[in-house]
Design a protein around this ligand. Sequence first.
Ligand SMILES: [Zn+2]
Length: 139
Amino acid sequence: MAEGAVPRFWREIPQRYNLIGNQCDSCKKIYFPPRESCPYCRRKSIGKMKELRFSGKGKVVTYSIIHTAPENFEGQAPYPIAIIELEEGPKLTAQIVDCEINDVKIGMKVQSTFRKIQEDGYIGAIHYGYKFKPLEVKK
Ligand SMILES: [Zn+2]
């Protein structure tokens, strides 16, 4: 494994594992991924961004079914990719798992979960990240 790759990988983990964003102390706007400063009140808010850990709960705003998977994702297609609005407000794009593609619905409540995203065959590293699964399991 190349030196230098490990520190970068580990630095990414807190955000990828905990779904952490931040909030501007002045205007209370919430960001994901976290920002260095608030673009709305940049000057006032320098140094006043508070870390915020999201509940991981949200709802599907819109989605599409990916039929042609990018490299490293072959074998997973077709799979749903959704724009999810977190309870706290920010929107993000993520894959929906544990759900039949026909069961994905706009407005569906979802919960973040951490899953293997891809395996890097070259260095043998397994990358994890957030995905979302339905909050209410269909019986
Ligand atoms: Zn602000």
